[in-house]
Design a protein around this ligand. Structure first.
Ligand code: UT7
Length: 337
């Protein structure tokens, strides 16, 4: 019998502050029309303006739902994996902070800094832990608070209109089975040559001091993105990596019930569907309502697709994404009873 990684429960959480495109156009020179046309985004949720809510807080809410659906107590966990690019603190990681909020005192917790592919790298890491017998029950969380780090003036509009806050979580369990169930394959990649194409530079260990009034005056603590370059890379690499992962798993594209891509831009996902000759309903999109929530976007979409009965027990799903790093990848899984 083989050890397999099966998905037991999912959850998602977004903060209650709804921010529409019209809201954004009061703070910067943008429009609902531009944002919808270029990105598909209609609204996003942001944490309260006064602060005090970090990624660990959003992750905690999503995790409570996932744990409850799995029928697990926090004490049942062998490991917590937390994917975020917007940690509560520079260090220690959000995994430790959320672990304490779950009432745990010794459960190991690690953070993954893989941005848009954080969930894919996290799922693959969890699968390796489970297959090797190092852990039986893992909580994987993707959570982001972007809104407190965005330049919401016109200078930052290309980035600020895209990002939303939120969290998604999944409970992963070891199952002994010879059936093809759970995680069936994974393909992960990175190319650090493109590190500067999407980054936040300050506070940075290569600057001394890491942060200063001058750096802040220059706005170097805000994310910068070469949107066109990332867009082109995404539409090239996403089809390639999906073909790669299906080959690894010995599956045809026809065997896949739903593809759940990272929600970076509706147009990227439409290009992807078109180049794979996939009907629109086979590619799940919810960026319209959440914006781009980076490490949270795939688990939020997965949870929503389950809730909408777009997938269920027996469905084969492919998770895929590309983002800062540059990192990209895909994971194929069969959902099981
Ligand atoms: O999840 C992380 C990975 N990130 C991505 O996958 C992002 C991929 N890239 C994108 O989604 C797109 O490149 C963007 C949505 C970021 C930008 O769309 P674009 O079609 O590439 O627009 P652009 O940057 O070429 O800008 C076109 C015009 C420019 O004006 P000019 O120079 O033509 O006069 C921009 O200044 O649109 C202007 N612009 C805006 N106008 C209104 C840029 N941002 C905005 C805005 N509102 N928010």
């Amino acid at each position: 019998m083989m050890k397999r990684t099966v998905i037991r429960g999912t959850g998602r959480y977004v903060p209650p502050r709804l921010v529409t495109n019209d809201d954004l156009s009061q703070w910067m020179d943008t429009s609902d029309e531009w944002i919808r046309q270029r990105t598909g985004i209609e609204q996003r949720y942001w944490v309260p303006e006064e602060g005090g809510v970090g990624s660990s807080d959003l992750g905690l809410e999503a995790s409570k739902i996932a744990l409850q659906r799995a029928g697990w107590a926090p004490e049942d966990l062998d490991l917590i994996i937390f994917a975020t690019l917007s940690p509560d603190l520079f260090f220690p990681g959000c995994g430790c902070i959320m672990q304490h909020k779950l009432g745990l005192a010794a459960t190991p917790a690690l953070d993954i800094r893989q941005q848009c592919t954080g969930f894919l790298y996290g799922l693959t890491t969890a699968d390796a832990y489970i297959r090797s017998g190092l852990a039986n029950r893992i909580l994987l969380v993707g959570a982001e608070v972007h809104s407190t780090g965005l330049d919401i003036s016109t200078a930052g509009r290309d980035v600020a209109v895209i990002f939303g806050d939120g969290a998604g979580a999944v409970c992963l369990e070891s199952l002994e089975s010879n059936e093809p169930i759970g995680v069936l394959g994974s393909a992960l990649h990175a190319d650090g040559k493109f590190a500067n194409s999407l980054m936040v530079e300050v506070g940075s260990s290569r600057l001394n001091p890491r942060i200063s009034h001058e750096l802040i005056d220059e706005g170097r603590h805000y994310p910068v993105m070469d949107g066109k370059a990332i867009f082109k890379l995404a539409v090239q690499k996403l089809p390639e990596v999906v073909i790669e992962v299906l080959k690894k798993a010995g599956l045809d594209l026809e065997a896949v019930d739903l593809l759940i891509p990272h929600q970076a831009n509706l147009r990227i996902n439409q290009f992807f569907a078109h180049s794979m000759k996939l009907p629109e309903e086979k590619v799940f999109n919810n960026i319209q309502r959440y914006g781009n929530t980076t490490a949270a976007s795939i688990p939020i979409a997965f949870d929503e697709a389950l809730e909408m009965n777009r997938i269920g027990d027996g469905s084969t799903v492919v998770f895929l994404g590309l983002g800062a790093g540059l990192t990209w990848g895909a994971v194929v899984a069969r959902l099981g009873p």
